[in-house]
Design a protein. Structure first.
Length: 93
């Protein structure tokens, strides 16, 4: 499993997670379009696919084939585990 920290260290991958948080279950085309129109990123589909693969290996994104398309969904469980690892500021163990 890819380290979650490494997966979220890249700005483009963090943007992909943000896009999926705003609207889950998106195809590669929808993700590429959103990155281009809202964030001004003109990445190839292959580049976005590689970023999604890293996120999927880290357990942050799941993909499912639906007919001709692959739909991507976010899984925030690994991020929640990181947040639970450290106490909140001002709280005592």
């Amino acid at each position: 499993m890819v380290d979650v920290y490494r997966a979220i260290s890249d700005e483009t991958r963090r943007l992909l997670l943000d896009v999926l948080l705003q609207r889950d279950e998106q195809t590669l085309f929808e993700l590429c379009s959103t990155l281009s129109m809202r964030h001004g990123l003109t990445l190839t589909r292959q580049a976005v696919t590689q970023h999604l693969d890293v996120l999927e290996q880290a357990g942050l994104v799941r993909s499912e084939r639906r007919g001709r398309y692959r739909v991507h969904t976010i899984d925030t469980t690994p991020l929640a585990q990181i947040a639970e690892r450290w106490p909140q500021r001002g709280s005592r163990p």
